[in-house]
Ligand binder design. Structure first.
Ligand code: SF4
Length: 378
């Protein structure tokens, strides 16, 4: 859909010839260019050029992934930080990312990584097995592909997920969901959970502030919910004056309930002035609670506020009787009352109503820690 001008990123920019692991999801066009089919940008590359994401590049007559096996760093976090509130609550997750991104969000809250050129940010080398072994040694129940969008390093991410699955460790994708076709099906078949950004609900918002399109994201969400077993939660970063009107939020939440169902948790998080939007004020708590009210009114059952201190907006309530079944304080579980039956289904202890999610009989107790780690070769 959005292609690069031939000299935007490539040999003409004075960059070295790309090298990397052979990539999937591409074909040669009639005019001799190599087209990446992974995301809807469908970059068409001549020799030596890199895609918009910077990390997928043409080398000879092939597409390569230049960041395979290299990371911008590793950190152990609470799973609630991804954010995932209904997936193995209280457990720790080994987070890692690479560099680059296939979106160009003006409000990016992680732009040091997403806009970096990988030569100066990918200090850590780590094989898929080494990541899985580290997750096991640290007692993590899952690994998160996060910090930058993992679809652009899909081949590496899928190999990491396979190594983790072989050791009983789950994989989580934190993504904008801007991926298409065979790559979308393949990538998510390796994942156990995903937090997908639904950044707004108008194509003009996506075009103007992310450089992407809305419909492919909606297609990813319906694919995930209806055609996979991946546990899905949504995040919407509310930016004052851009995507926070009653009309847009109502349309978004009504679409979520109609197309995805009422049980997909939805996190509304606060924007902080950053990147190319330094003059937009931080999102007030009142906007987050208004969005939460709109989502509840539309029929969403599990709605959260994030990036602010708001115990009320962090709690999980039973959709049947309204009892608080999980209480949190900034990534710390204060109370966890979900009763998990023999089939692994969570229930409210008061009304026995099903609480949607992936739960274990005992929640984790990792707490709000953040532990940077190094990965050693295996
Ligand atoms: S993944 Fe990267 S190279 Fe491929 S189409 Fe998207 S932006 Fe272009």
């Amino acid at each position: 859909m959005t292609n690069l001008s031939p000299d935007l990123i490539g040999a003409a920019a004075g960059l070295p010839t790309p090298t990397g692991q052979p990539a999937h999801y591409w074909h040669t066009t009639g005019d001799g260019r190599v087209q990446c089919d992974l995301c809807p940008r469908e970059c068409r590359l001549r020799e030596g050029q890199r895609g918009f994401c910077f990390v997928r590049a043409r080398a000879g007559d092939e597409l390569v992934l230049t960041t395979y096996g290299r990371s911008s760093g590793f950190c152990i976090d609470p799973i609630e930080k991804k954010p995932l509130s209904h997936f193995l609550p209280g457990t720790s997750v080994l987070s890692f990312g690479t560099a680059g991104c296939n979106l160009g969000c003006k409000f990016c809250q992680n732009h040091e990584i997403s806009t970096s050129r990988q030569m100066d940010s990918l200090a850590a080398e780590a094989s898929p097995d080494a990541i899985a072994v580290a997750a096991q040694e640290w007692g993590c129940r899952s690994v998160a592909l996060t910090y930058n969008d993992p679809v652009i390093f899909a081949e590496y991410g899928m190999d990491v997920a396979d190594a983790c699955r072989a050791r009983g460790i789950a994989s989580v994708a934190v993504t904008a969901g801007y991926v298409q076709g065979e790559a979308r099906t393949d990538f998510f078949s390796h994942m156990d959970a995903a937090n997908v950004d639904l950044k707004g609900f108008s194509d003009s918002f996506y075009r103007q502030l992310t450089g992407a399109r809305l419909q492919p994201v909606l297609d990813t969400l319906t694919h995930l919910v209806h055609e996979t077993d991946v546990w899905v939660e949504l995040t919407t970063l509310l930016i004052p004056g851009s995507n926070d009107s009653d009309e847009e939020l109502t349309a978004m939440c009504e679409w979520v309930v109609r197309e995805l169902g009422p049980d997909v948790p939805h996190h509304f998080s606060a924007f902080h002035p950053d990147h190319r939007m330094p003059d937009v004020p931080a999102t007030p708590l009142s906007t987050l609670t208004r969005a939460r009210d709109i989502a509840h009114a539309a029929g969403e059952r599990y709605v959260y506020t994030g990036n602010v201190v708001n115990r009320d907006g962090e709690a999980t309530r039973c959709p049947g009787c309204g009892a608080t079944v999980v209480e949190r304080d900034r990534y710390r579980l204060l109370d966890h009352r979900i009763v998990v039956d023999a089939d692994g289904v969570g229930h409210c202890p008061e009304s026995a109503t099903v609480i949607a999610g992936r739960f274990e009989p005992e929640p984790g107790d990792f707490g709000p820690r953040r532990i940077p780690i190094a990965i050693r070769p295996v």
